[in-house]
Design a protein around this ligand. Structure first.
Ligand code: NDP
Length: 222
C-alpha cells in the first residue's frame, strides 16, 4: 500500500487530498494545526499529526514522529494569502505570509526530502501561478506573489538536493479553487483540482524534477 504525506489538511485542497487518497486505498499521513482537525483526519482514516508550520518546535516534533517513515508522495499544502493589495505590507503581515509560505518550506523540505528520496518518490509543493515572474500581469496581492516566487526558489533547491538522491520534486499551481482562500467564485471545485493534481503527479517521471507545472502538467514560466 503506497503512503502519502499531506502537510496542511484541515480544510480546502489538503483536506480533499486526504479524502481522495483514502478512497483509493492509500495509507495517508496528514497534519493539521488544531487537535479537533487532527481528530477529524483520524476519523477519515489518516494517521494525523499536529503541526503549526510557523513553529520550529512543532516542525522538529513532526520530524521525530516521521523518523522511521518512507513516503511515496508528499504534498506541502499549507499556505496563507495575506493582504490582497499591492501596497507595502506591515511587518506582521510580511512575517505571517513569509513564515507560513516560505520559512516553513525551508524547514520542512529537509525533513520530508529524505523520506521521499528513499522510496524514489515524489515531493510537491502547492505554489501559485501568482508567484510566476515570467507570467506576471498584475500586482494584486504583491506579498503573496513574492512568497510563492520564494517558495519556488526553495523547491528548485530541493530538486537539486533530493533529485540527486532519487526524488522527483515539483511545484504546482492547483488552478483557481473554491476554498476559503479561493472564494466561492473560483472556477474549480477542490474535487476537480485535486483529481487533476494527483493524476498529473502520478504520471511524472524523473525528467520533471525541478519543474513548475499547472495542474494538468503544462509548464509555467518561473
Ligand atoms: P485554504 O485557505 O482553504 O486552507 C489553507 C490551509 O493551510 C489550511 O489547512 C490551514 O490550516 C493551513 N495553514 C495555514 N497556516 C498554517 C499554519 N501556520 N500551520 C499549519 N497549517 C496552516 O487554502 P487552499 O486549500 O485554497 O490552498 C492550499 C494551498 O494551495 C495554499 O498553499 C495556497 O496558496 C495554494 N493555492 C490555492 C489556490 C486557490 O485558488 N484556492 C490557488 C493557488 C494556490 P488551518 O485550518 O489551521 O488554518
Amino acid at each position: 500500500m503506497p503512503t502519502v504525506l499531506i502537510l496542511g489538511a484541515s480544510r480546502g485542497i489538503g483536506h480533499e487530498m486526504v479524502r481522495q487518497y483514502r478512497e483509493d486505498g492509500w495509507r495517508v499521513i496528514a497534519t493539521a494545526r488544531k487537535q479537533e482537525d487532527c481528530d477529524e483526519l483520524t476519523r477519515m482514516g489518516a494517521t494525523a499529526h499536529q503541526l503549526d508550520v510557523t513553529s520550529a518546535d512543532s516542525i522538529a516534533a513532526l520530524g521525530w514522529r516521521l523518523d522511521d517513515e518512507q513516503v511515496d508522495v508528499a504534498w506541502l499544502v499549507a499556505g496563507v494569502y495575506g493582504p490582497s493589495g499591492s501596497g507595502f505590507p506591515t511587518g506582521p503581515e510580511f512575517d505571517t505570509v513569509m513564515h507560513t509560505n516560505v520559512l516553513a518550506a525551508m524547514r520542512l523540505l529537509p525533513i520530508i526530502g529524505p523520506l521521499v528520496a528513499t522510496r524514489g518518490g515524489k515531493l510537491a509543493v502547492l505554489s501559485s501561478k501568482m508567484g510566476s515572474i515570467g507570467a506576471r500581469n498584475s500586482t494584486e496581492a504583491t506579498l503573496y506573489r513574492a512568497s510563492k516566487a520564494a517558495l519556488n526558489s526553495v523547491l528548485a533547491d530541493a530538486a537539486i538536493t533530493y533529485g540527486a538522491q532519487g526524488a522527483t520534486c515539483v511545484s504546482f499551481h492547483p488552478g483557481w479553487v473554491q476554498t476559503d482562500m479561493g472564494g466561492a467564485g473560483a472556477t474549480l471545485t477542490p474535487e476537480q483540482s485535486v483529481r487533476e493534481l494527483r493524476a498529473t503527479l502520478a504520471q511524472l517521471d524523473k525528467s520533471s524534477n525541478g519543474a513548475f507545472l499547472d495542474r494538468d502538467g503544462t509548464p509555467i514560466p518561473w
